[in-house]
Design a protein around this ligand. Sequence first.
Ligand SMILES: [Zn+2]
Length: 287
Amino acid sequence: MDYPEATNLPFNTCTMGDGFSVIRPGDPDPGEPGCWIVFQGETLVLDAARGVSFIEGELPDWIGKRGSVILIGTWKGKPVRILEISADNEIPPGYIVEPLLRIYFNERLPDDLLTLAGRAQQILAWERKSSVCSSCGSGMERIQGTWGKRCTGCKYEHFPHIHPCTLVLVRRGDELLLIRKPEWPKGYYSIPSGFCDFGESLEECARREVEEETGVRIRNLLYVGSQSWPFPGQLMIGFTAEYAGGEIVVDREELEDAAWFRRDSLPPTFSAGSIAGWMLDRFGKQP
Ligand SMILES: [Zn+2]
């Protein structure tokens, strides 16, 4: 798949094209069956009967006791809702039950449906975590027209948590700086990345993360694009940078390896559907 701009990557809203329209919390429910994004715990339940997709129309009989239903918008003109089902609800043959990240890696869904599922997963994670106030423990009520909630006790207003995380493609002549984490598939490498800390600009975060993980100092940071990453709620912010000094010292707490690779002989890296893969394709492999 070719992604001309980072904004076209999966999980970014524009990847859904004109198919999706937002319905804000509190807006009226159109009341038709529509499309159901069904979660059982952390896994998504997909209908595999006619190609792989969400469950559509009337809910099938095997769905027993229904958990909460969250209306999030319309998909191709039909209401789209998130439905949680209980762990003991047995799923009959003809369905795929997998975590969203595996659905993404296995390319089970086209990018538009994957993006819709990512939005649903982020909303569901927020709704689950925001049932009580983290300041005083009281219940919460919706702030109309938003995903935010107001505490019924201390009145503190809580909004969804989105965590900025920078990624940096560091170049030194014909070489790229890549890292490897122990939990990744055998032989895979990617570019350094890490979460913003208190008081940091994105550029400061990018410089610190590269130096902490690899010992390498960088300069000429240039923003190239971003990607929403619903695992569970990151915003991945991509930069390119040039090598400015330092020898590689691998942070063994976080990494298995860090090394310079020639751009024409890179190890396996993640797909172009992630911003790291997109940056490697777009800014790494060609001079
Ligand atoms: Zn409170």
